[in-house]
Design a protein around this ligand. Structure first.
Ligand SMILES: Nc1ncnc2c1ncn2[C@@H]1O[C@H](COP(=O)(O)OP(=O)(O)O)[C@@H](O)[C@H]1O
Ligand SMILES: [Mg+2]
Length: 361
């Protein structure tokens, strides 16, 4: 069992606190994605699991064993780097099998693993080439084959597709999913690309400033973001967040052009809230009871082919962006529109703390 448990891990580089008390459990066989903006500590956390970085405080356990003090070679972990890290003077075959030979596996077993890995990533025709004679996508497949052939309990991948062009990236994503289903390695995959995270992860760990903001399935992260950061980071276009100043002690939201019900039993609202909703969740028209209602003037309408992107402004000037089906009428620049947001799609956050009001439900 190669489940991974991170307990209270902190990492300081001088004055920089790259990780601030991170707790995380990854179950055996899961595909977990670490998602967050550049500099939030994803690589540091991954390197700590690999043993390439020591935590300042906290423990790392793999398969029930405390590996915090163990060097990389004594952890059952394989890593794929963004830069591929292939040996340029060796052939593809040598790159894949070198580590197996060093670990003293019998020749027959090495051949079996080579053939299986090469089959999985489909690089059979290139075995005798050197990396420089391969495209970026092919090199990345070789790096992947090298990890698969090691048959580690845990595979760690740090933005492995970021040097590959956009079209091939979506092909490789599908390949990664197929390989994961076939091999079933516990996988931790780092990306700053929310679309990649949504499409790959069984679970997504959203990080910001060295902290874990939310760990959930892609659906939960998308539908029930726990705070304003997660709401604005996941989804394209991002969730609309309208900043609303309320009178002290308010128990309802009724402002110029904006009304919203609040979760029953909540009592007083924070003085500044963020009202969040996604463009695909609105219904054009007046709000019914229990729905939120927003009145806005259409600023710009862009034709994106299958969809129309509409930019609107509410009375105090804040912007709303909606993507709507291209055959939906009524999106005319300069017109005023009423938008209704059904109760289950209303998100409320405390603007001061960022936390979801009423637990994000
Ligand atoms: N070896 C190091 N020395 C000093 N600071 C570092 C080192 N490695 C990472 N950092 C800092 O730690 C923070 C997190 O970095 P990193 O884990 O690489 O983020 P990410 O992978 O999410 O982009 C950044 O502020 C980065 O500058
Ligand atoms: Mg990184």
């Amino acid at each position: 069992m190669a489940d991974i448990v991170i307990e209270g891990v902190t990492k300081r580089f001088g004055l920089v606190e790259a990780l601030q008390r991170v707790d995380l459990t990854v179950r055996d066989g899961q595909f977990t994605v670490l998602l967050g903006p550049s500099g939030c500590g994803k690589t540091t956390l991954l390197r700590m699991i690999a043993g390439l970085e020591m935590p300042t405080t906290g423990r790392v356990r793999i398969g029930g064993v405390d590996v915090t003090e163990l060097p990389p070679a004594r952890r059952d972990v394989g890593m794929v780097f963004q830069s591929y890290a292939l040996y340029p003077h060796m052939t593809v075959r040598q790159n894949i099998t070198l580590g197996l030979g060093l670990r003293g596996l019998p020749a027959k077993e090495i051949t079996r693993r080579l053939e299986q890995a090469v089959d999985l990533v489909r690089i059979g025709p290139y075995l005798d080439r050197k990396p420089r004679a391969l495209s970026g996508g092919q090199r990345q497949r070789v790096a992947l084959a090298r990890v698969i052939a090691r048959e580690p309990g845990v595979a760690l991948m740090d933005e492995p597709l970021s040097n590959i062009d956009a079209q091939l990236r979506s092909v490789m994503r599908a390949e990664l999913l197929r390989i994961h289903r076939q091999v079933g390695m516990t996988t931790i995959y780092v990306t700053h690309d929310q679309e990649e995270a949504m499409s790959l992860g069984d679970r997504i760990v959203v990080m910001n400033f060295g902290k874990v903001e939310q760990t959930d399935t892609p659906d939960e992260v998308y539908s029930h973001p726990r705070n304003g950061f997660v709401a604005s980071f996941v989804g394209s276009p991002r969730m609309n967040l309208l900043r609303l100043d309320l009178p002290p002690g308010a128990d309802r939201i009724a402002l110029d052009g904006i009304t919203a019900p609040v979760p029953p039993g909540l009592g007083r609202l924070p003085e500044t809230v963020l009202l969040g909703f996604r463009g695909e969740d609105i219904r054009p028209g007046e709000a019914a009871a229990g729905e939120a209602g927003v009145s806005a003037v259409i600023d710009v309408v862009q034709n994106l082919g299958a969809q129309t992107e509409v930019h609107l402004r509410v009375p105090d000037g804040q912007e709303i962006i909606l993507r709507r089906p291209h055959d939906e009428g009524g999106w005319t620049e300069g017109a005023r529109r009423a938008l209704a947001i059904p109760a289950q799609h209303i998100h409320l956050f405390d603007a001061a703390s960022g936390e979801a009001v009423g637990g994000g439900r």
